[in-house]
Design a protein around this ligand. Structure first.
Ligand SMILES: Cc1ncc(COP(=O)(O)O)c(C=O)c1O
Length: 348
């Protein structure tokens, strides 16, 4: 197969020529000494984009989230978050390992929390427990299908959390997708939260890296935690250079990814055997249910691969598709046709 149509994740995006040229020409220095001019430029630029005093370049979104948790909390404290959030499901138990915290999770359909339920779980320290150390929101929410917080919700949660003395961290791995959906800026989304992490290496297309942003003193502490986690990088300006290009050039392309996701959802809703609700597809991630087709999602995924389309089954009946800058509208149309062919052949 010459080229796969890769709908597994937006992490599969490859760096553009502009990014590769910028990497070639990047001025570098030792960033642990604070001497990498390209990283310094990226950190300034990224902080401005999310409207925070400072930011820190980290190798991964996971390190950004875990660093934030370590800075905000003390051992034994509780982190209130959605039960399917990335920090709970896919960060290797990091909150327990690195921050010695426990997560108190809330079950939701759409991944989005509100103060009604969070407020009832907040508790101060006592002789029996350490109390709440942090609230973590994921925006957009990956496993809930790219859902986006209404901004009033984020503001309400943060106002009330702050009144209780509890900080709020946003896992904004895909904050640019959330911003495109809401038609507001990433800075507007991040304004009420104390810290925000966002990824350069997903829909924005950089090869490596994420940013953690917050107040100057928060980022000073985060820099030390990052070093402790093994994330003190040296001449990583070559990576930051690609990140700067990604931040400047890629956000404008995200609405096209959302249009492709909407196209996939509406087209697949008409394929017999597939159940998907296009009205809940807000960004670039969608989940479909193929139980009624009589074919297991794992088998559907295998057959699609034979035809050159990559899509992950997440259970026997569900499959996740993710659009990004390296799949075109035409690629999506091909994927829909293959899916229809495979399921038609099955039911005949
Ligand atoms: C919502 C969310 N947060 C954090 C991450 C972690 O990013 P990384 O893979 O760079 O560690 C991901 C990765 O998919 C994600 O989807």
């Amino acid at each position: 197969m010459d080229k796969f149509i890769d709908l597994r994740s937006d992490t599969v995006t490859k760096p553009t020529s502009a990014m590769r040229f910028a990497m070639l020409e990047a001025e570098v220095g030792d960033d642990v000494y604070g001497e990498d001019p390209t990283i310094n430029r990226l950190e300034r630029y990224a902080a401005d984009i999310v409207g925070k005093q400072a930011s820190l370049f980290v190798p991964t979104g996971t390190m950004g989230n875990q660093t934030a948790i370590c800075v905000h909390t003390r051992p034994g404290q509780e982190i209130i978050c959605d039960g399917r959030s990335h920090i709970v499901l896919y960060e290797m138990g990091g909150p327990a390992i690195f921050a010695a915290c426990v997560t108190r999770t809330i079950a939701t359909d759409d991944g989005l929390l509100d103060w009604g339920v969070i407020g009832s779980m907040i508790r101060g320290p006592s002789d029996h427990f350490q109390g709440t150390g942090l609230i973590a929101l994921e925006n957009s929410h990956n496993v809930a299908g790219g859902r986006v917080y209404p901004q009033e919700n984020v503001a309400d949660i943060c106002d009330k959390a702050h009144a209780e003395g509890v900080p709020v961290h946003m896992d904004g791995a895909r904050i640019f997708n959330a911003a495109a959906h809401l038609n507001i800026t990433p800075a507007e989304i991040a304004a009420p939260v104390d810290s925000v992490m966002f990824c350069l290496s997903k829909g924005l297309g950089a090869p490596v890296g994420s940013m953690l942003a917050g107040s100057r003193s928060f980022i000073e502490q985060a820099r030390r935690v990052r070093k402790g986690l093994g994330g003190g990088m040296r001449q990583a300006g070559v990576l930051a250079a690609a990140g700067l290009v990604a931040l400047k050039e890629s956000p404008a392309k995200i609405p096209a990814d959302h249009a492709n996701a909407q196209y996939l959802a509406t087209s697949l809703a008409n394929v017999p055997g597939i159940v998907i609700d296009p009205s809940i597809v807000e960004t670039n991630i969608l989940f479909l249910d193929c139980a009624q087709s009589g074919m297991e999602a794992f088998e559907l995924s295998r057959r699609l691969r034979e035809k050159g389309v990559l899509a992950n089954a997440v259970s026997a009946t569900r499959m996740r598709l993710v659009t990004h800058r390296d799949v075109s509208h035409e690629d999506c149309a091909v994927a829909v046709n293959f899916m229809r062919d495979i399921l038609n052949a099955r039911t005949i």
